[in-house]
Design a protein. Structure first.
Length: 436
């Protein structure tokens, strides 16, 4: 095994410091090891730098589809046997897909580390991609889309926000993509996608938990070192023009009876300092029942049944979505006026020292919670390495949040949260619902 990078981080500098070692195999697979002997369990995880933003606009949904398809089986794991092997050896496993990456992991008793490594190497080296698996998983995806999007009340909010907030960037479609695209895809289309993106030099392997490094490295070399590297991926850059005029759109949802206010701002890459400032602003305005918007609009003025927000931190751009359900007698416009008043306050006044300290404590607690489990640590190590390009953020990002000032909060609110920089989505019941 040729080690191109080796680094030990951690020690006694902080009780919460996450210690890890990282190196790269000859085939380009990056490896991160985090030891924790507190419990006899071990996480094996692989994150691939492929998400829905890497898809062809005419062949969407592939990244999410592969999250399902690659549990179908491999050359040495029979169809339908994957989950049986995991559960019969005392383990659990799962996977998830975003716009930017696809993530797989297993949690096993520590004496099954070799099994976890072998299974993930099988997924990478020997996947079985055939028509039976494609047809099976297409049916699963259709059911998931029906349940989570098409037939779910307010289930199309994210899809419609993305569709209207982005013109050029692949963030404009959802991770579940188009069923029509999946149905029209050929078996070769799926195989080509796998060949292009499921390669060791487009992935990071993380092992976290109770294991011995020397043995782990031997197994990693045995199972992953033999996998050939793939053709380096050339990624396109998509630049959106700044939003300078309010975008107005309408969507009729047949599953609802109460209209919803939906407004969204496009935000910068999660890797930027401004994005982190916006995280604080989002928490201040709309995170939970103690937030400014909830206390004012729901508790005090009783103009809304619900006020909330969803923040999407993504590799290239993000979204800050605020939504609300007006009480009877009030409209979406009434809620928007109240929201705008609070945004103007944060743009013109410094938030109080008390609120500032509350935010700092909130994000400190979030850091602790995010790294309170082996699963969380494993995913964060992979995410910071693969998407942020700085694995040290697992220990240092909290310091960035600590360094953000009240003045920065005001300045960033002035920069991004203006009426001419947002989408207003009129999310209403379908007309036939109104007529009943």
């Amino acid at each position: 095994m040729a080690i191109s990078t080796a680094l030990l981080v951690g020690g006694t500098t902080s009780a919460q410091t996450i210690a890890f070692e990282e190196y790269t195999l000859d085939n380009g697979l990056h490896v991160v090891l985090h030891q924790d002997h507190d419990a006899p369990v071990v996480v094996t995880s692989v994150m691939y730098h492929v998400g829905s933003k890497d898809e062809n606009p005419n062949k969407t949904g592939f990244a999410h589809f592969f999250e399902h398809l690659l549990f179908e089986g491999t050359k040495n794991i029979g169809r339908g046997e994957w989950f049986k092997i995991v559960s019969s050896n005392g383990g659990v496993n799962n996977a998830n897909t975003s716009d930017d990456r696809t993530y797989y992991y297993e949690v096993f008793p520590s004496n099954n580390l070799e099994l976890g490594l072998w299974m993930e190497s099988e997924r990478l080296l020997h996947p079985v991609i055939n028509q039976v698996g494609v047809d099976t998983q297409t049916k699963v995806i259709i059911e998931e889309k029906n349940t989570r999007y098409d037939n779910q009340p307010y289930g199309m909010i994210i899809a419609k926000v993305k569709e209207n907030l982005f013109e050029k960037h692949p963030y404009r479609w959802t991770t579940i993509g188009s069923v029509e695209h999946l149905n029209s895809a050929t078996l070769d289309d799926f195989k080509d996608f796998n060949t292009k993106f499921y390669i060791p030099n487009n992935a990071v392997l993380v092992v976290a938990g109770d294991f011995e490094k020397k043995q782990a490295k031997e197994w990693i070399q045995k199972y992953f070192g033999v996998i050939p590297s793939g053709t380096p991926i050339k990624r396109k850059t998509f630049v959106e023009e700044p939003i300078t005029k309010t975008i107005k759109a309408t969507y009729e949802d047949p599953n609802i009876q109460i209209p919803m206010l939906v407004t969204s701002y496009r935000t910068p890459s999660m890797k930027s300092r401004d994005a982190r400032v916006l995280d604080l602003i989002s928490a201040y305005l709309s995170d939970g029942k103690s937030s400014k918007l909830y206390k004012k609009i729901v508790d005090d003025k009783k103009k809304a049944l619900q006020i909330g927000a969803v923040g999407f931190s993504q590799e290239d751009y993000g979204m800050y979505i605020v939504y609300g359900l007006p009480m009877q007698g009030f409209t979406a416009e009434d809620l928007l006026q109240e929201i705008d008043e609070e945004i103007i306050k944060i743009q013109t006044e410094l938030i109080s020292e008390k609120d500032y300290l509350k935010l700092q404590n909130q994000f400190e607690n979030q850091y602790v919670n995010d790294n309170s489990s082996l699963e969380g640590i494993a995913e964060n190590l992979a995410r910071y390495y693969l998407l942020y390009g700085d694995i040290h953020l697992i220990n240092n990002e909290k310091d960035i949040y600590r360094s953000i000032t009240r003045e920065e909060i005001r300045t960033v609110a002035q920069k991004y949260l203006n009426p001419n920089q947002r989408l207003i989505l009129d999310y209403i019941p379908a007309k036939e619902v109104n007529q009943n």
